[in-house]
Design a protein around this ligand. Structure first.
Ligand SMILES: NC(=O)C1=CN([C@@H]2O[C@H](COP(=O)(O)OP(=O)(O)OC[C@H]3O[C@@H](n4cnc5c(N)ncnc54)[C@H](O)[C@@H]3O)[C@@H](O)[C@H]2O)C=CC1
Ligand SMILES: O=C(O)CCC(=O)C(=O)O
Length: 333
């Protein structure tokens, strides 16, 4: 067996972490042969709850979980970590836009960016889940200048999974038959779920999703808004934000990042833009990527962009630029 991976989960006493840590500890993410040392960080008032999570993890008697370290201080939590799942942040309540969380949450990511810079391995891979996820990832990277930009990401896989599931349900096929739904931009209601490259395996062979659905009005309107507003719909129904599906998507994101994407398929991740598709370099924007077995990824290039897509990609870019400017003034103020 290899050396344990040191995996930090922040917000470890919260709802997403409750589903996430068990999947990581069971081997669903890094593989059935990869031992894991889990470092669980939350804030001091949550210490007792955190201790309860540790008890439960112990009681699972998992073969791959070599060590559990619960902490309420950042410095030891970020020490020599290989992976950072930055979940800990305030969730949105009914009636709030994700932007409303910005001032409260962005300072957490400034502090954690500083801690990544000081204490983590330079090879650490970071996935930001806490909202506003793209802008929090931008801030974490800004305050961790010596860690390569390509090691920072934010979660838009939940949006991709939602899009895939909507298409599968509409066509009456299993989820696994649908691939290559793209999420462009921000993990917010301005995101652009794009089916232009999406494929579906049908009884008559592989088809484009556009052809199989045969309803452009639905694909260009109701499909997009359903995916954009799914987080708010779950809050309205549960009075709590998505947790099980967010944890599952975080696992999918990390597994693809560590194991690679399947031949002929790609996945969407919020990453630091290199200027592709006219998105300003440095902005954390969700792009379709292919990932190699060594974890290096490439933005899928040369996707034809229609006027309809361009307008949607620019709208979400504009929102991210505004969030970035607001976040920088909060952090520098
Ligand atoms: N990117 C995505 O697709 C999704 C993102 N989210 C976001 O994930 C975040 C967490 O959601 P939940 O787990 O439902 O919230 P929760 O409120 O159940 O848990 C958050 C936990 O973070 C902790 N926390 C707060 N500040 C912290 C800090 N500085 N360091 C460490 N821990 C800290 C809290 O004490 C709490 O235990 C929210 O911002 C939510 O909006 C939720 C769903 C999907
Ligand atoms: O703020 C929200 O929309 C809830 C959590 C979330 O980001 C989501 O469910 O997509």
């Amino acid at each position: 067996m290899s050396e344990p991976l040191k995996v930090l989960v922040t917000g470890a006493a919260g709802q997403i972490a409750y589903s996430l840590v068990i999947s990581i500890a069971k081997g669903d993410v890094f593989g059935a042969d990869q031992p894991v040392h889990l470092v669980l960080l939350d804030i001091p008032p949550m210490k007792a709850v955190l201790d309860g999570v540790v008890m439960e993890l112990m009681d699972c008697a998992l073969p791959l979980l070599t060590e559990i370290t619960p902490l309420v201080e950042e410095a030891p939590a970020f020490k020599d970590i290989d992976v950072a799942c930055l979940v800990g942040a305030m969730p949105r309540k009914e009636g709030m836009e994700r932007k409303d969380l910005l001032a409260a949450n962005v300072k957490i990511f400034k502090s954690q960016g500083n801690s990544l810079e000081k204490y983590a391995k330079k090879t650490v891979k970071v996935v930001v889940v806490g909202n506003p996820a793209n802008t929090n990832a931008f801030i974490a990277k800004k305050y961790a200048p010596s860690i390569p930009a390509e090691n920072f990401s934010c979660l838009t896989r939940l949006d991709q999974n939602r899009g895939q599931a909507q298409i599968a349900s509409r066509l009456g096929v299993p989820n696994k038959n649908v691939s290559n739904v793209i999420i462009w931009g921000n993990h917010s209601s301005t995101q652009f779920p794009d089916v232009s490259q999406a494929k579906v395996v049908t009884s008559a062979g592989v088809k484009s999703v556009r052809e199989a659905v045969g309803d452009d009005d639905w694909l260009n309107n109701a499909f997009i808004t359903t995916v954009q507003k799914r987080g708010a719909a779950v809050i309205a129904a549960r009075k709590l934000s998505s947790a099980m599906s967010a944890a599952k998507a975080t696992c999918d994101h990390l597994r693809d990042w560590f194991m690679g994407t399947k031949e002929g398929t790609f996945t969407s991740m919020g990453i630091v833009s290199d200027g592709s598709y006219g998105i300003p370099a440095g902005l954390v924007y969700s792009f379709p990527v292919t990932i190699a077995k060594d974890g290096s990824y490439k933005i899928v290039q040369d996707i034809p962009i229609s006027d309809f897509a361009r307008q949607k990609m620019d709208a979400t870019k504009k929102e991210l630029e505004e969030e970035r400017d607001m976040a920088c003034s909060v952090c520098e103020g």
